[in-house]
Design a protein around this ligand. Structure first.
Ligand code: FAD
Length: 405
């Protein structure tokens, strides 16, 4: 009988398992995950769930019964330590092995550790999984002083939750603006102002030097400038490192991610990879890249399952992402990297606008703030590769529906 081993029980691994059954695969599936929990969604961990507004059972993609009914064996709290390609076996950390006909590596990524002295003090946290929230949440008490390192999406979302729970929040960002790695200055300024309006002390150009404590417990965040900021807790959100080690050790080509083709296949025809850990061809962008998103994990999970089953390649969506902060919903379509023009549509003051990114006259991405129609229409425009006049995009008297028609 055939056996497919899925390594990693996150967004991509869970999708791959579901898609394999949907596509009619009837052989054995073993999902090996090193977390204690069944596969769950991570986005709410820095949003509604962190705030206490979403029950834990809502995080899970499928209940335990689904895995039983669908004959998916789940090995939880179990790590894969090696892929032995010569013998077609996956070796488990706690001993034993699994034979495979195909493997899907869906190992995701891990938070980049804070590269400073004191990072191991008590009350210094990172945010990737449910167990992190279990540690952080009891400390999210009104009046506590929280220092967030890194003004990326996760850091800013956590800042918004913490402010809403009444904590005193400082955000340290070593770049000159928030979200510098992922968006344009228009959007960065918008979010800096938004957080300051809500009482967050946003410090750009502020590099963390070290963390200081007393009796092993955190007391201060110390900036490179020498300035000390009182802190009851620190949350680090300074980016992720893709978990490529298994692939690398197995001799599969990696470069800041496991290199896969259009079908999520690695250089070994029996080994696929999906999600945060991959570098993939970017369908609408004529280049490769590593994406860190739900959309990407779902899409590649499906691609891998389809390829294993010899099914036609599922249709590819343009990359998308979202972020919730306070009452602001940001929806991103496309990849803005390399844009040569920005067009703003709508009213920044009213917190309802979109920033369109163009390259050579074509729309390549949008950041839509409280503007779902702009997001939806842009997806279509990006995928069609159509040229759109900037004056048209900026003209709110013309509906997005008309523009995308
Ligand atoms: P993961 O979901 O990380 O799953 C990988 C799993 O593999 C993990 O459980 C890991 O522990 C396990 N694993 C690793 N190595 C091994 C091994 N050797 N053996 C066994 N198991 C192993 N994306 C969005 O699109 N929108 C958002 O709003 C958004 N918000 C986010 C908020 C937070 C707090 C976080 C952390 C992420 C957010 N993301 C968001 C990103 C999104 O969740 C990830 O891109 C997505 O989870 C990637 O899926 P994945 O399956 O590749 O990796």
């Amino acid at each position: 009988a055939k056996n497919i081993v899925v390594i990693g029980g996150g967004q991509a691994g869970a999708q791959a398992v579901q898609s394999l059954r949907q596509f009619g695969y009837e052989g054995a599936i073993t999902l090996v995950g090193d977390e204690a929990a069944l596969p769950y969604q991570r986005p709410p961990l820095s949003k509604a769930y962190m705030k206490g507004e979403l029950a834990e059972d809502r995080l899970y993609f499928k209940p335990a019964a689904w895995y039983e009914d669908n004959k998916v064996e789940t090995l939880l709290s179990q790590r894969v330590k090696k892929i032995d390609r010569a013998n077609r076996q996956v070796l488990l950390q706690h001993g034993g092995h699994l034979d495979y006909d195909a493997v899907i590596i869906a190992t995701g990524s891990r938070p980049r550790p804070l590269p400073v002295e004191g990072a191991d003090l008590e009350n210094v946290f990172e945010l990737r999984g449910l167990s992190d929230v279990e540690h952080i949440q009891p400390k999210m008490i009104s009046g506590q002083k929280l220092v967030i390192v890194g003004a990326g999406y996760i850091g800013l979302e956590a800042a918004a939750v913490a402010r809403q729970l009444g904590l005193e929040v400082t955000v340290l960002e070593m770049e000159q603006r928030a979200l510098a790695r992922v968006t344009s200055p228009v959007i960065s300024s918008f979010y800096e102002a938004l957080h300051m309006e809500h009482g967050v002390d946003v410090r750009c150009g502020a590099r963390l030097g070290s963390l200081k404590g007393k009796d092993g417990k955190l007391t201060h965040a110390v900036l490179a400038s020498g300035e000390e900021i009182e802190a009851d807790m620190v949350l680090a959100g300074i980016g992720i490192i893709p978990n490529v080690e298994l692939a690398e050790d197995a001799g599969l080509p990696c470069k800041n991610g496991i290199i896969v083709d259009e079908d999520a296949r690695t250089s070994d025809p029996r080994i696929f990879a999906a999600g945060d850990c991959t570098v993939r061809p970017l369908a609408h962008y004529a280049r490769t890249g590593r994406l860190e998103s739900v959309h990407n994990a779902i899409e590649q999970g499906k691609l891998a399952a389809a390829a294993i089953m010899g099914k036609p390649r599922p249709a590819l969506d343009c990359p998308w992402f979202w972020s919730d902060q306070y009452n602001i919903k940001l929806q991103i379509a496309g990849l803005s990297q390399g844009y040569d023009e920005i067009v703003v549509r709508g009213d920044v003051e009213a917190k309802k606008f979109a920033a369109f990114y163009k390259k050579n006259g074509r729309l390549i991405a949008v950041d839509a703030i409280n503007s779902p129609p702009e997001f939806i229409a842009s997806k279509r425009l990006i995928m069609s590769g159509a040229s759109v006049a900037s004056e048209t995009l900026a003209d709110t008297s013309i509906s997005m529906k008309e523009i995308a028609a």
